[in-house]
Design a protein around this ligand. Structure first.
Ligand code: PGA
Length: 259
């Protein structure tokens, strides 16, 4: 049985004080159920870099994991504006989101650069959450699978089979991010199944079948159940709805096994 993952991508929101406050609220919501929830799922928050130290403190003793929204592939050097994987690890970061569509489309990160970042964080024993997703234009011209499979293959090109356990993939259609327009569970499952097949080619069947495939793009407490009911959707990468404790906690509890 694959573990599920529910990850909150805070993007460029919440400074250190706000991060502390949201985590305190989240813990009030989720800590009482932590033992139950942790049976089949992980919960993660990914604050902006500057809020990571405060978030780490606020998470002490919690089972909620700490993530970052990017990382460089080298561990030190002349890379103005970048953060190294070991700097993140020093604060207890376990996962790094890479290749988010905002990194690709606003900041021009290429498949090649993203592949180097993925390999760099995995080399430092961090988990990579590789994001892939097509634009509306690409979907409309029938290029969805071609685009996401190219992003997947380039993103993982330097990852060795023995490191498959450090890989998580998030399918986030660009047209669904922050738009209130979610992919239907069927649309998402179709892409997830293709991603799974490609992962089997890369890592072999059994390792690929253990990789969590997240859906992201306007996930809410209302639509998450139907999404994760699909066989290849193993959780969610949540933007807007992760900024409020009540909505993120409701998403995290989705489809949980009954007592
Ligand atoms: P959203 O963002 O939930 O606000 O659509 C998702 C993401 O970009 O990871």
């Amino acid at each position: 049985m694959r573990r599920k993952l529910f990850a909150g991508n805070w993007k460029m929101n919440l400074g250190p004080n706000e991060a502390r406050a949201l985590i305190a609220e989240l813990r009030r919501e989720l800590d009482p159920q932590a033992a139950h929830l942790s049976r089949d799922r992980d919960i993660l928050v990914a604050p902006p870099f500057i809020s990571i130290p405060a978030a780490a403190q606020a998470l002490a003793g919690s089972s909620i994991l700490l993530g970052a929204q990017n990382a460089h592939f080298e561990d030190q050097g002349a890379f103005t504006g970048e953060i190294a994987p070991t700097m993140l690890k020093a604060f207890g970061v376990s996962h790094v989101i890479l290749g988010h569509s905002e990194r690709r489309h606003i900041f021009g990160e290429s498949d090649e650069l993203i592949g180097k970042r993925v390999a760099g964080v995995i080399a430092k024993r961090l988990n990579a959450i590789l994001c892939v997703g097509e634009t509306l234009n690409e979907r409309d011209r029938g290029a969805t699978l071609e685009v996401v499979l190219r992003q997947l293959q380039n993103g993982l090109s330097a990852v060795k089979p023995e490191d498959s356990k450090r890989v998580i993939v998030a399918y986030e259609p660009v047209w669904a991010i922050g738009t209130g327009r979610t992919a239907t569970p069927e649309q998402a499952q179709e892409v997830h199944a293709a991603l799974r097949e490609s992962l089997r080619d890369h890592f072999g069947r059994q390792p690929a079948d253990e990789i969590p495939l997240l859906y992201g793009g306007s996930v809410t407490p209302e639509n998450v159940e139907a999404l994760i009911a699909k066989p290849d959707i193993d959780g969610a990468l949540v933007g807007g709805a992760s900024l409020k404790a009540a909505s993120f906690a409701a998403i995290v509890r989705a489809g949980r096994p009954t007592e």
